[in-house]
Design a protein around this ligand. Structure first.
Ligand code: PEP
Ligand code: MG
Length: 314
């Protein structure tokens, strides 16, 4: 029975009526890559590369970044690794970068915007990623840009990656974006023609849709990813992506919430990315669902007026 349970942990997760959900992990360190595999994850849906930059005196160089990424692709043995480029700013501070003080850091030079302004940070990271892709099994390394707010930003990020990739003779990589800013959710049909995939960062998306600071103690319970305003945007992104044959994941904390799983699956999401310890529970949840029920639930959630109403449904 033990061996059987272990085997089930590694099998992909299908709903009762046969829809496959990609179940992957959010990680921040090479040790967590191994933990993700051990937990039965089908890969990494979000690598937060900030881990390499925090709690130290200077930025890691290209070689150090390459070594860390290489250790992860080795641990993953060909399973996909979605590397999110540096997402500094907002709640993620790095003192040695000496970034100018901003009145509204959550609306300032952060995420991809910061990387585009700082090639000294961006280029070594892109080079490390391209080298890791060159050393890994074909297609294993994918790139994802955080906090994209416009098509121009995405194009600029992709061009920077492409330049580095050709320089190094690295293989083509799939390139996607995080959906964390309302503008890219509403423009998803246009972006879907150019990106390879979307991953919805419900932590930031909720904060920007509801104009509620995700760290604010008095707003913590109100900034709810199950708010119908957030769910409507997720549904819109899924429709837009699927119309162009692209896939959509969810890598924010909402993906791990018991009450959210059926709704996200019902909205048509293709991939769910959660912390390694949450993977087995996520798979069990998916295996208990039926698409027809999940779709009906999602429809009803979209018609709700408040997050509390959605939670009462789920
Ligand atoms: C998110 O915003 O939902 C997300 C996954 O990114 P982070 O939590 O790292 O900001
Ligand atoms: Mg985010």
């Amino acid at each position: 029975a033990d061996a059987e349970a272990r085997e089930a942990a590694y099998r992909p997760a299908f709903t009762r009526d046969g829809r496959r959900l990609e179940t992957v992990a959010n990680i921040g360190t090479p040790a967590e890559a191994a933990a993700a595999v051990a937990a039965g994850a089908e890969g990494v849906g979000l690598l937060r590369t900030e881990f390499l930059f925090l709690d130290r005196e200077a930025a890691p160089d290209e070689e150090e970044q390459f070594q860390a990424l290489h250790a992860m692709t080795e641990a993953l043995r060909g399973l996909p690794l979605i590397v999110r480029t540096l997402d500094i700013g907002g709640d993620k501070e790095v003192p040695y970068l000496r970034l100018p003080r901003e009145d509204n850091p959550f609306l300032g030079i952060r995420g991809l915007r910061l990387c585009l302004a700082r090639p000294d940070l961006f280029r070594p990271q892109l080079r490390a990623i391209a080298r890791a892709a060159r050393a890994a099994p074909a297609g294993a390394v994918k790139v994802m840009f955080p906090m994209v707010a416009s098509l121009e930003e995405y194009r600029e990020g992709r061009a920077a990656l492409e330049a580095v990739r050709t320089e190094l003779g690295a293989p083509p990589m799939e390139v996607g974006i995080m959906v964390e800013v309302p503008s890219v959710a509403t423009m998803a049909d246009v972006l879907a023609r150019e990106v390879d995939f979307f991953s919805i960062g419900t932590n930031d998306l909720t904060q920007y849709v509801l104009a509620m600071d995700r760290m604010h103690p008095a707003l913590a319970t109100k900034a709810d990813g199950l708010h119908p305003a957030v769910l409507r945007l997720i549904g819109q992104v899924v429709r837009a992506a699927h119309a162009e044959g692209k896939w959509v994941g969810v890598c924010g904390n909402l993906a791990a919430e018991r009450e959210a799983c059926a709704i996200l699956v019902g909205l048509g999401v293709d991939e769910l990315s959660v912390s390694p310890p949450s993977v087995p529970e996520l798979k069990a949840r998916v295996r208990g669902l039926r698409m027809s029920d999940a779709r009906r639930l999602a429809e009803r959630a979209l018609a709700c007026g408040t997050a509390a109403e959605v939670r009462a449904l789920a």
